[in-house]
Design a binder for this molecule. Structure first.
Ligand code: GLU
Length: 226
């Protein structure tokens, strides 16, 4: 069965190798029925603190890995891509926000472009993993296309990150700066969505934050304090 999983470590140093393992194990625990593809998004290497002007504009965008097939195919391709991208497995993160997904396609064939996380576009400003179906996605897609958005997948899900970017840009344009919180963006997006869903959002504009929300689908939140 399709499933969403996220992992946020906060104020505790973890290497990328460990973070990837947590995400893969989260997906493996959801692996009790059929699914056709899988994907994850992880943070890029953070820049050294003295080079930063602000939290959101200095770090490179999150990195997305998507693969058709089972979780072990994803694991294999992630390790290959990590090597190609020359990302260090030993890179250490004191805060890290990762999201993961196993997909059971409802809209669009199983293929990397239709796998999740789905993205708002270049730069991965907003990324979403989704369990469920958005029943009014066609009308949302038409509206977003009219506003200049181009779509890469056939999924119902892709409207969600694109709508988040639209809401974010509109709010900030009007105010002339970043005024909305991540949860305000997500609440506004939810107002437009019909159907059943559990979602996790990740955004380059809100590093070190994830937003989870649901309507209809189940979602569990676990907190570990060490
Ligand atoms: N409807 C979405 C899709 O087809 C999500 C399916 C799922 O819950 O895995 O991509």
């Amino acid at each position: 069965m399709c499933g969403i999983f996220a992992y946020l470590n906060y104020n505790v140093n973890r290497e990328r190798r460990y973070i990837l393992q947590v995400l893969f194990n989260g997906l493996r625990r959801l692996e009790y029925r059929g699914y056709d593809s899988a994907g994850i998004a992880i943070d890029s290497d953070p820049k050294a603190l003295p080079q930063r002007s602000s939290a959101s504009d200095s770090d490179p965008p999150p990195i997305v890995f998507r693969q058709e097939g089972n979780i072990e195919s994803l694991v294999k391709s992630v390790y290959q891509d990590v090597a190609k991208l020359e990302l260090s497995m030993e890179a250490s993160f004191s805060t890290h926000a990762g999201i993961a997904h196993t997909r059971w396609a409802t809209h669009g064939e199983p293929a990397p472009r239709n796998s999740h996380p789905q993205s708002s576009g270049a730069g991965n400003e907003f990324l979403v993993v989704h369990n469920g179906v958005i029943t009014n996605y066609e009308v949302l897609k038409e509206t977003l296309i009219r506003h200049g958005y181009t779509f890469e997948s056939e999924t119902d899900t892709e409207v969600i990150p694109k709508l988040a970017k639209y809401v974010y840009d509109k709010a900030n344009e009007a105010a002339g700066g970043q005024v909305v919180t991540f949860s305000q963006v997500v609440l506004e997006v939810m107002r437009h969505l019909e159907g059943a869903y559990a979602l996790i959002f990740k955004s380059s504009h809100y590093p070190n934050e994830l937003i989870a929300c649901k309507r209809g689908s189940p979602l569990l939140l676990g907190v570990k304090v060490s």
